[in-house]
Design a protein. Structure first.
Length: 434
């Protein structure tokens, strides 16, 4: 037995390092085998679901497979065209799944989220969709990307924020989500998350890094209180999180737009709700489906008991979703040219709305004040019949008021944004708070 490090010779250190590498190699091989066995049991679909002739509604866009007047006259070729357009849109959404052989999660020994991380992955997918909409626009498609272009650079930077790594540049990775959850809820890596839990964790992470000066509002009772939203989206000079002199950078078109100062911070809204006991109450089905048609829609985080999905579209009484229960090997976060193939899914899965778990989180993205006001008007109209979400002018309980100060956002927070230089497509840009 060696008593001090000085007692260990060079050959001994090499032997220890060799044994360490052997253990790491064995762990990687074991995880890969385990992942392949998991995929055999949870096989990814290889065939497209059956589509009806009704419109497919996806995140504010409609794909009309057939109109009522010509539904029996349309050719299969015409129907195919509309379905292909939907599939192109679906496959452009970022798909985050179980991964194996990533760096150890915090103080645990876990190098995979297989079997427990599906809610975290679903939350990542919704957050990534908000970033895609903010920087690239809702009309962006993966097929429009060309290597070396500005849009491709922005897309890869957004994806890089979610790569499985504890590094600061991967600030929305499962490592940072797990660390934030441990701090906020004492949830350890490997614990189960509910839609409400992941919503709160994502809120704090987003407010901490605030890409594009974005912020997030999470409702505690299914109600959007407009005065709360006003307080976090408009910050006066000298207040915590003041956006004064912070550049507004977004990419809804071919070139970035740089304005003078913020007057309203781009906003993500998450509304965790429970719409039944063991199943969603049928009285809410129609309203829930209509949320997909709103231009501000980010979809829904939900699933079945102990299984979480990201719902992005609906047709008739069915919803289409991205399933995180597929195991892929983690990519190397230090490789700027990593393959993006496993971050997109070409085949949507389909579920009857009646089979959804009643506990879910509904998401929206509002680019500016006008967008937010339009969303509130639309939600108030929908609330006239079997309301799922309510809108109120003022929060009656000040103790439940949401604010940047309550979230822990400080004036010295490290903010990030897209780096619009084509010379370095995998970095992010730190911005001063004010």
């Amino acid at each position: 037995m060696f008593n001090t490090e000085e007692d260990i010779g060079k050959d001994d250190w090499q032997l220890i390092e060799t044994e360490k590498n052997n253990r790491t190699s064995f762990t990687h091989i074991f995880q890969n085998i385990k992942g392949k066995l998991y995929n055999l049991y949870h096989a990814a679909p290889t065939q497209l679901p059956v589509f009806s002739l009704s419109p497919i509604i996806m995140l504010g866009k409609s794909y009309f497979i057939s109109s009522p007047l010509v539904r029996y006259k349309e050719t299969s070729e015409s129907q195919n065209k509309h379905i292909q357009e939907f599939l192109e849109d679906f496959s452009s959404r970022l798909w985050f799944t179980y991964r194996v052989n990533f760096p150890i999660l915090g103080t645990s020994t876990l190098t995979t989220d297989m079997g427990w991380g599906c809610m975290l992955r679903a939350g990542q997918m919704m957050l990534a969709q908000a970033f895609i909409t903010h920087y690239l626009g809702r009309e962006w498609k993966l097929t429009s990307n060309k290597n070396g272009t500005l849009k491709d650079s922005v897309y890869r930077q957004i994806l890089g924020w979610f790569i499985d790594s504890p590094a600061p540049k991967n600030q929305f990775s499962i490592h940072h989500i797990a660390q934030q959850a441990l701090t906020l809820f004492s949830k350890k890596a490997g614990d189960w998350f509910e839609p409400s839990s992941i919503s709160q964790v994502l809120k704090l992470l987003l407010r901490k890094h605030s890409p594009g000066r974005m912020t997030m509002y999470v409702s505690r009772d299914g109600t959007i209180y407009k005065d709360d939203v006003e307080s976090i989206c408009t910050c006066e000079e000298g207040t915590v999180g003041s956006p004064k002199r912070a550049p507004f950078i977004q990419l809804p078109v071919d070139q970035p737009i740089i304005g003078d100062y913020y007057v309203w911070r781009p906003l993500i809204i998450l509304l965790p709700v429970r719409l039944g006991l063991d199943r969603i109450n049928p009285i809410y089905h129609r309203t829930l489906m209509l949320f997909f048609s709103l231009p501000q829609s980010l979809g829904i985080i939900g699933g079945r008991p102990r299984s979480s999905y990201y719902y992005v579209a609906n047709q008739d009484e069915y919803v289409f979703y991205l399933d995180p229960h597929i195991v892929h090997t983690a990519v190397n976060p230090e490789n700027p040219d990593f393959s993006t193939e496993t971050f997109h899914c070409n085949i949507p899965q389909k579920m009857a709305i009646g089979d959804m778990d009643p506990s879910l989180a509904i998401g929206f993205y509002c680019r500016d004040r006008e967008d937010f006001e339009k969303l509130c008007d639309q939600l108030q109209t929908l609330s006239l019949e079997n309301a799922v979400i309510y809108v109120a002018d003022k929060n009656p309980d000040p103790s439940l008021r949401d604010s940047l100060r309550d979230s822990g956002e400080a004036s010295n927070s490290v903010l990030c944004d897209i780096n619009f230089s084509l010379n370095d497509s995998c970095t992010f840009m730190n911005l001063p708070s004010h």
